[in-house]
Design a protein around this ligand. Structure first.
Ligand code: DGL
Length: 270
């Protein structure tokens, strides 16, 4: 079983990618809607709840943890890896940073929550791999509520995206990292605004491929026995979704990610 967590609903965009890359999977998802957003919280808060959620998922029998939240990855990724050394933990930054360095980009832009951008976690990872990379990062806090409202293709949304991204105009960035779980849902608008020359990088796609590869190379059977049946509570193709409080506008978000309605369980273990 794979444990996936986020501050709320955004991590479902990561689950969507994981499902494309992993067969015979059982995923337990936890969205911490009772304490959302993480993007404007302090480091200690995010670390504390990320650790509690990780432990809760492990107690339910998961063997792999995916931190499907950029803010948690940036603020608590290294900490969780130290606290749970025997557990494979995937974060949103590491696989993408490696890819960016392999692509050989010279200049890139990064957009994320205030917490992610302030932490400089992307800069720390990327500059270790390529000290000459020019990185321009920007917090775009208004984009999260727009996605949660379902306003992914409204004129007003395009204007806001335009306003935010105008700061990259003269930077000649070659790639733009969507370093927040919600932003892939705005990919179309973002693409239109930045133009064809800028490669849009969705870390969820890169992470999901990495997890798929890891499972194949590391005795998939240990993590996902081929005899595994979709057990009680796992919906259709094997996921169980928990939220610590009622998720806002969930119908819309679940349609955006899964093309169907899904029924979550509301449970706050903390
Ligand atoms: N899931 C968060 C992230 O990817 C965005 C929402 C929040 O601020 O909690 O950073």
């Amino acid at each position: 079983m794979i444990g996936v967590f986020d501050s709320g609903v955004g991590g479902l965009s990561v689950v969507k990618e994981i499902l494309k890359n992993i067969s015979n999977r059982q995923i337990i998802y936890f969205g911490d809607t009772a304490r959302l957003p993480y993007g404007t919280k302090g480091v200690d808060f995010v670390k504390k709840y990320s650790e509690k959620i990780t432990q809760w998922l492990l107690d339910r029998g998961v063997k792999i943890i995916i931190i499907a939240c950029h803010t948690s990855s940036a603020l608590s990724g290294d900490y969780l890896k130290k606290q749970f050394q025997n557990v494979p933990i995937f974060d949103m930054i590491t696989p993408t940073a490696e890819k960016i360095s392999a692509f050989g980009f010279g200049r890139i832009g990064i957009i994320g929550t205030p917490g992610t951008i302030k932490s400089k976690a992307w800069e720390n990872h990327l500059l270790k791999l390529n000290p000459r990379l020019e990185i321009y990062s920007l917090a775009c806090p208004l984009l999260v509520p727009l996605v949660e409202q379902g306003w992914v293709d409204k004129k007003a949304t395009k204007e806001i995206v335009k306003e935010y991204l105008s700061c990259f105009k003269d930077k000649k960035i070659e790639g733009l990292v969507l370093a927040c779980t919600h932003y892939p849902m705005l990919e179309k608008v973002i693409k239109k605004v930045v133009g064809k020359k800028v490669k849009i990088i969705n870390p969820a796609e890169i992470l999901a491929k990495e997890v798929g590869k890891f499972l194949k190379e590391n005795l998939e059977a240990d993590y996902l026995p081929s005899s595994a049946k979709v057990t009680d509570g796992f919906q259709g193709n094997g996921y169980q979704i928990f939220f610590s409080d009622e998720p806002y506008n969930f119908k819309k978000i679940s349609r955006m990610c899964f093309n169907k309605k899904i029924k979550p369980t509301i449970l706050d273990p903390f």
